[in-house]
Write a protein that binds this ligand. Structure first.
Ligand code: DX5
Ligand code: ZN
Length: 229
């Protein structure tokens, strides 16, 4: 995985058909997804449950791009090796999930993955000031984590602050929640390069009729790129 700041669209399979993940992943990649975003929820850190490492391992066989795994779980550390074995390229844990995010990021890298740190809407950019040399990605949540299809919360000030803090470091800024062609431009202009989108990618399409996935991905990408022009 080489580093660049070009706009990347990462569809969240939280909005896919849960009975058909393999074909859904193939469909979004064929339709232009740059990364595949996988939302793991534990019913404890967030008020919803999705799936765990065995399911993520099954997804791996279908992901040809980058498997971007966002774990909304607490604790984190006991599961890091399981997600490494499942084949995650990037593992992003929440700073709010426990007192030792620094140790978690070190352990994620030691297990051979890129390390991401996610920030809930209430958490300030300054919380990652001492993590930027051991992280590969900062995920700024633009909804409270737990569910797809929620209303976007504007975090452009936080993204701008982070972009300045990151400077020349090879650290991605990812935004997650409520991203569509109307919200993506503000976040791209503020400095985000990875745009996660669930409902705005999957709406209108299906595995048997995936063309809308491509139209949706292109619309989000075009809106974000226009904001950088
Ligand atoms: C929220 C998840 C997001 C979510 C995005 O807890 O982390 O990845 O699925 O979905 P939309 O784009 O529908 O807000
Ligand atoms: Zn996510």
């Amino acid at each position: 995985m080489s580093f660049d700041r070009r706009i990347k669209i990462a569809p969240s399979i939280l909005s896919a058909d849960f009975a058909d993940f393999g074909r859904e992943i193939q469909a979004i990649e064929a339709q232009g997804a740059d990364w595949v975003h996988i939302d793991v929820m534990d019913g404890h850190f967030v008020p919803n449950i999705t799936f765990g490492p065995p399911a993520v391992a099954a997804f791996r066989k279908h992901v040809k791009t980058v498997m971007d795994v966002h774990i909304m779980i607490a604790p984190v550390d006991p599961f890091i090796d399981a997600f490494a074995k499942a084949g995650a390229d990037i593992l992003t844990a929440h700073i709010e999930a426990g007192p030792h995010i620094h140790r978690s990021l070190q352990a994620i890298r030691a297990a051979g993955m890129k390390a991401g740190v996610a920030l809930n809407p209430a958490t300030p950019a300054s919380a990652v000031a001492h993590l930027l040399d051991i992280a590969d990605l900062v995920c700024v949540m633009t909804v409270n984590p737990g569910f797809g299809g929620q209303k976007f919360i504007d975090m452009s000030t936080k993204v701008r602050e982070l972009r300045a803090m990151i400077g020349d470091r090879p650290v991605h800024i990812e935004i997650d929640g409520g991203i569509d062609p109307t919200t993506a431009p503000f976040m791209a202009a503020a400095g985000a390069d990875v745009l996660v989108a669930g409902s705005a990618v999957f709406r209108g399409g299906s595995v048997d009729s995936p063309a809308p996935y491509g139209e949706n991905i292109r619309a989000i990408r075009a809106a974000a790129q226009a904001a950088l022009a």
